[in-house]
Design a protein. Structure first.
Length: 376
């Protein structure tokens, strides 16, 4: 492709559009973050869809204006087709389908979480496979071995709450503003992370993997945050009854964050040992957490490498969708996501199983939509 590509993101509460050159360079990036959800302490799906409907055309116009091009100059439009809130997804997919048809250019449906894998690539040309990808957001927590672009081996995923959801809910428990992730991190700066001994759910399952004294087994890299969230809720209730919640809020935030970071970083570092690759790519909104980045860098040491995008490319954005779409278009491999889909696996992803170096053993296909042709 020799013309720019437009990327559209409307999976949750960000309406975003971005224009990329054919070589992947960002020409423009516009993100509208909905603030209507703050009064509810969480995203209201119906309100999110309505706001996307109002914002998408102005956001696209702003992105095209910033890039200095007309929509007739575009060579393709990529759109996040799933997973996400179905009403929000329908706005982006319907707008993209109509626009691509009117312009006579390809529509490239993209998996939202594959977009997060490509986020750091936009700022760091060294962010190339192989690496272990830790994708942590408000709706997803995934640990994936990526030996090459388009080759994804699922090592672990959350069994209940996603990491970002846990941060948001703990923020609400502590009386902090929404979104809870940044608020919890800010409050934790002045707190003592050792004040409360909150649990590290499922972390003991990878004990010994990093030092070679134990071999990994299926399910060892899965996550669970519901127990941690419940432990915080019970502690908050006890402190509220004692009238001590205000003084303890920073310590609660710091102790929760320390527990969550220990689990996320511990699993990611053990995964690098299991596959024999000391490179980690961090994507998703929680990737902006400074404590998580520092913990992984420290664990990787001087010989390891952490790839993590800036905050604007860690949050949901159209640039990462455009970059993933560009990869799919240039590789000639579609995603098969012809319609907006609330729940779907990354196309082509297989279950990782301990075996040969790099996780080559046990390539068991996962349920989901297989790769197919790009929509036209």
């Amino acid at each position: 492709m020799t013309r720019p590509i437009l990327g559209i993101e409307t999976t949750c509460d960000e309406t975003s559009a971005a224009v990329l050159d054919p070589d992947g360079a960002i020409r423009s990036l516009v993100v509208h973050s909905q603030d209507v959800h703050r009064i509810y302490g969480g995203v209201v799906p119906e309100l999110a869809a309505r706001d996307h409907l109002v914002r998408i055309e102005p956001v696209v116009a702003a992105a095209l204006g910033e890039a200095g091009i007309d929509r007739r100059d575009l060579g393709a439009i990529a759109v996040a087709a799933g997973p996400g809130l179905i009403g929000a997804l329908l706005v982006g997919v319907t707008w993209t389908r109509a626009s691509a048809l009117a312009l006579g250019i390809p529509m490239i449906p993209v998996h939202h979480m594959e977009g997060h894998v490509f986020g750091p690539v936009l700022e760091d040309s060294d962010a190339e496979p192989p690496f272990v990808a830790l994708l942590v957001s408000g709706g997803h927590t995934l640990l994936i071995w990526v030996p090459g672009w388009g080759s994804y081996h699922l090592m672990g995923e959350t069994r209940d709450d996603a990491a970002g959801e846990a941060f948001d809910k703990v923020g609400k428990l502590l009386g902090l503003p929404y979104p809870g992730g940044p608020a919890v991190s800010a409050a934790a700066v002045s707190g003592d992370p050792g004040r409360y001994a909150f649990p590290r759910p499922m972390l003991d399952r990878i004990a010994g993997v990093g030092d070679g004294s134990s071999a990994a087994a299926p399910g060892d890299f899965d996550f669970s945050f519901s127990g941690l969230k419940t432990a915080v809720a019970r502690t908050v209730m006890r402190l509220e009854q004692a009238g001590a919640i205000d003084a303890e809020r920073p310590h609660l935030a710091a102790s929760f964050q320390a527990a969550a970071v220990d689990v996320l970083a511990g699993k990611a570092l053990a995964a690098t040992a299991a596959v024999g690759c000391n490179r980690v790519l961090l994507g998703g909104g929680v990737a902006a957490n400074g404590a998580l980045r520092a913990r992984i860098r420290r664990g990787l040491g001087r010989r390891g490498r952490l790839f993590a995008g800036s905050p604007r490319l860690s949050m949901d954005n159209g640039a990462m969708i455009a970059r993933a779409g560009l990869f799919r278009l240039q590789a000639g491999v579609g995603t098969g996501l012809e319609e907006a889909t609330a729940r779907v696996r990354i196309p082509g992803m297989v279950r990782w199983r301990p075996g040969k170096r790099g996780g080559a053993a046990g390539r068991t296909p996962l349920p989901g939509i297989p790769p197919g042709r790009d929509s036209q």
